[in-house]
Design a protein around this ligand. Structure first.
Ligand code: ATP
Length: 237
């Protein structure tokens, strides 16, 4: 199967289990959201796919090839792009220099990125190309973090909370960018607390609760069952 296939995934921090039997798929040209309250396991699922947490069970395949035992940099080389929640852009480098850091050779079966295409995807960044990363707003930094990862020409893009802490106008631009990446055939798996953002971009979603999948389905169907969704997403008891 092309795209991402995760089966029966378990993961742990030390002795503490964080994921227990997560199975999910994401196809090329599909945006899949991981929903759930704080601590449900969304970030851990993304970290397991790129290889940053200890996986205790299960398999991870990208376009049919098992990647679950590879080091993170080997997965990146095979086309897994990961944008962490904390963004990790280089504050001292300019926007253009940050993009250069992410540049990788073109890869068969994935769109090839250069600066000109990045400016078309994120017009606000084009005007800031000579500005230091540390002087960007939260939303501009988030765009830059996604843009830098795209310069690696990924087939699979993992986005941890792409709409978090960014101004509403840039949330709209981010949603627009995610939709155009989907149109290019990227496989996109993102974690999201912001249901409105997820509703705008996601085709399907998995609702996580305590390291397990509590619900899954087409985003529109999940949204139609607000009661069930609310039970898993509300932060209060
Ligand atoms: P959030 O939006 O708060 O990040 P999340 O759904 O992404 O929530 P995770 O960060 O994946 O949740 O956390 C899943 C579980 O793993 C939680 O119980 C959390 O406390 C635990 N956990 C996460 N990171 C670590 C870590 N570095 N060390 C130990 N436990 C961790």
């Amino acid at each position: 199967m092309s795209g991402l296939r995760v089966a029966d995934l378990g993961a742990a921090y030390g002795q503490a289990a964080a994921l227990d039997g997560i199975s999910l798929t994401a196809a090329p040209g599909e945006v899949v959201a991981l929903l759930g309250r704080n601590g449900a396991g969304k970030s851990t699922t993304l970290k397991a796919v790129i290889g940053l947490v200890r996986v205790t069970a299960g398999t991870i395949a990208l376009d049919g090839a098992a990647i679950g035992r590879l080091a993170p940099h080997e997965r990146a080389r095979l086309g897994v792009g990961y944008v962490p929640e904390e963004r990790r852009i280089f504050a001292e480098l300019t926007v253009a220099e940050n993009l250069e850091v992410g540049r990788q050779p073109p890869r068969a079966g994935a769109p090839a990125w250069d600066e000109a295409r990045i400016w078309r995807l994120f017009p606000p960044l084009a005007e800031l190309r000579r500005r230091a990363g540390g002087r960007l707003s939260g939303g501009e930094q988030q765009m830059l973090a996604v843009a830098r990862t795209l310069m690696g020409n990924p087939r699979l893009l993992l986005l941890d909370e792409p709409s978090e802490g960014i101004a509403p106008i840039l949330v709209a631009a981010m949603a627009e960018a995610v939709r155009s990446l989907r149109a290019e055939g990227l496989t996109i798996l993102l974690s999201e607390q912001n249901l409105r953002f997820a509703a705008r971009v996601a085709d399907r979603a998995y609702v996580l609760s305590q390291g397990r999948i509590a619900a899954e389905g087409a985003m529109a169907e999940l949204l139609a069952d607000r009661d069930a969704l609310g039970r898993h997403l509300s932060t209060g008891p």
